[in-house]
Write a new protein. Structure first.
Lengths: 312, 292
């Protein structure tokens, strides 16, 4: 187990490094600099700007300067938001994204596992069909359609007593819970559908196993069999789904924050890309890649720990 | 026709006939094929027969709600452009991106996966390690980056999306190739001195057709979706071109006054995704019964 952990940790280093290098080269080798705007700047100003951001140095020197900064946890300074470092921008936006994702992922896992298990136990019942329909819905209705539809229903069509929409259509409102309801609901519905589908299939398979027949034969009641014997092995595929779910939440955050106009990390990426803010986009890509690699690592370790048969 | 090819043809017939029967008996999949065909026909041929063009403004009918009278069945936007025509023309872009992107990613995935699986050993391990690495990358961010760097021309959008969607295909093809390359006919080809590249092209790839068809079908919706997300974020194809993602974004911003601008293209997009998903299910059941 220890050797496996060490090997996995060591393998994530080249992954992260490769992503950083590829993105760095992509950004610096494409024509057009961050200060090419419609407004013409004099040569002196350009030279000063380039010197200020070390863009006049040879590429390899910039690369190692950037890596050195990263090792100290410094993502550099933003090209576009003058006087802001990328760290400060991230620190300002992260609570918004975490405030949405941190609630919605645990909620989606709980609801998805519960509904999936219910559908598997009551197979071919009304509940089962309803859960499967919900699963297909999450597969077919993309977040950028579901989001506006939620807004249409709960912020425009359904009115509260004062004549405004029941819930605000967007914005962060300094973290007021009413502003969080719709974005959280959107992420929960999308993720819950995938988890419920996997959970249903996996529990059905586990329930057809020999050890379940044995448990039935010795007269255990149904709920004990499901909760004590079947649930744990059935959860394995759900655990392996958690990595992709967490990573896709990063991606979904871009869409969610765009739909609901939330000032989170997703908006930051989008603005940075549109403004050609090299360091900002690079910093966010590095950050999310590190998070994604970390998620995957944790999920794999949890997997090996949960299932004693898996030994590497 | 000499005897061996005759036998091979008979064997092939025996194998494909039940597959086709299984697919036809999958009612939802068959209905999906019909519906998807209708949607595609409407998108590609429909605008030719419409009275309204997707870009001309009808100043007498601005922000008109959907109505059967007057000719604007899906209504119009705030510039008086007919939404039905715009939705159908936008569907062309979405379907074209879906098909082209799938083709590019399948091509690359098959070449990469078959090469890795056939070479085996260290080369295989290194090539699959690269795939593992790319899985860990939050690819929408990279797609956003690439689209902003390289521009938003149609072909570039297709390439950007394909660049990250060949991974599943490569994995599946590699696994299949690993089992194929130890089969007798590959040994025979090697024994008579066929070049490895020719073995991959002539003997391995044709045997991968079924599984490639399944995974290509699964790729189509995800590529259509990615194009729509990019368009929705304002990074897809540009005016006067339009796609379902662009229309949905436009509709999402005018939700309170003109909800039909969102709902009409959204319904068509969801219907398309639904059909492709079901066709994928049907194909998997028909071609690979073990997957059930």
């Amino acid at each position: 187990m220890l050797a496996y952990t060490l090997r996995r940790v060591l393998w994530s280093v080249p992954t992260v490094l490769a992503v950083i290098t590829a993105c760095f080269l992509l950004l610096h080798l494409t024509p057009g600099g961050p200060f090419d705007t419609d407004k013409h700047l004099s040569a002196d100003v350009m030279a000063n700007l380039n010197a200020r951001y070390h863009l006049d140095e040879p590429l390899w020197q910039q690369y190692f300067r950037y890596l050195g900064g990263l090792l100290h946890g410094d993502l550099g300074s933003s090209f576009r938001y003058a006087d802001w470092s990328v760290n400060e921008l991230v620190r300002k936006a992260a609570p918004v994204s975490l405030g949405i994702g941190g609630i919605s992922i645990p909620l989606a896992v709980l609801l998805g596992v519960g509904l999936g298990a219910l559908a598997a136990v009551r197979r071919n019942s009304v509940i089962d069909h309803a859960v499967m329909m919900l699963g297909n819905l999450g597969n077919v209705v993309p977040p950028f359609v579901l989001g506006p539809v939620l807004v249409l229903c709960f912020a425009i069509l359904i009115k509260s007593a004062d004549g405004n929409g029941l819930l605000p259509a967007g914005g962060w409102g300094d973290g007021d819970w009413r502003h969080r309801v719709l974005p959280v609901a959107l992420l929960v519905i999308i993720n819950m559908a995938a988890i419920a589908r996997v959970m249903r299939g996996s529990l059905i398979e586990v329930l057809s196993g020999n050890f379940i027949r044995t448990a039935l034969a010795k007269g255990l009641p149904g709920h004990v069999i499901v909760l004590r014997h079947a649930l744990r092995p059935a959860l394995m595929p759900v655990v392996s789904l958690l990595g992709p779910v967490c990573i896709s939440s990063i991606t979904a955050a871009v869409v969610t924050e765009s739909v609901f106009a939330l000032p989170g990390l997703g908006q930051l990426v989008l603005n940075g890309a549109v403004n050609r803010d090299y360091t900002l986009v690079l910093g966010l890509v590095v950050l999310t890649t590190v998070c994604a690699v970390l998620f995957n690592l944790l999920v794999d370790l949890a997997y090996a720990w949960l299932d004693p048969r898996i030994r590497y | 026709m000499n005897v061996p090819t005759f036998i091979a043809a008979a064997a092939r017939k025996r194998r494909t006939a039940p597959a086709l029967a299984r697919f036809v008996s999958h009612r939802a999949a068959l209905a999906s094929v019909v519906l998807l065909g209708l949607i595609a026909l409407a998108c590609f041929a429909g605008p030719l027969f419409l009275r309204n063009s997707p870009i001309d403004n009808d100043w007498s009918a601005i922000a008109l709600a959907p109505t059967l009278a007057g000719g604007h069945w899906f209504g119009t936007d705030e510039l008086g452009r007919d939404l039905l025509a715009r939705t159908l023309v936008g569907g062309r872009v979405s379907l074209e991106v879906g098909l082209l992107g799938t083709f590019v990613s399948a091509l690359f995935g098959v070449i990469y996966g078959a090469t890795a699986g056939f070479l085996g050993g260290r080369m295989d391990a290194a090539m699959m390690r690269i795939v593992d690495m790319m899985y860990a990358i939050p690819y929408l961010l990279i797609a956003i980056l690439m689209v902003t760097l390289f521009g938003r021309a149609f072909s570039l959008v297709v390439l950007t999306i394909s660049a990250f969607s060949w991974l599943d295909m490569a994995r599946v093809v590699r696994g299949q190739t690993l089992s194929l390359r130890s089969r007798e006919f590959v040994d025979a080809a090697r024994a008579i001195g066929v070049h490895p590249a020719a073995i991959i092209a002539r003997h391995i790839v044709p045997n991968l057709a079924g599984i490639v068809a399944i995974y290509a079908t699964v790729t189509v919706p995800s590529i259509i979706l990615t194009e729509s997300v990019l368009s929705f974020l304002g990074l897809g194809v540009q005016e006067p071109m339009t796609s379902w993602g662009v229309l949905i974004q436009d509709g999402a911003q005018k939700l309170d006054a003109m909800p039909w601008l969102l709902l009409c293209p959204a319904v068509l997009l969801c219907a398309t995704l639904y059909c492709v998903n079901f066709i994928g299910d049907g194909l998997r059941d028909a071609l690979d019964p073990r997957e059930r």
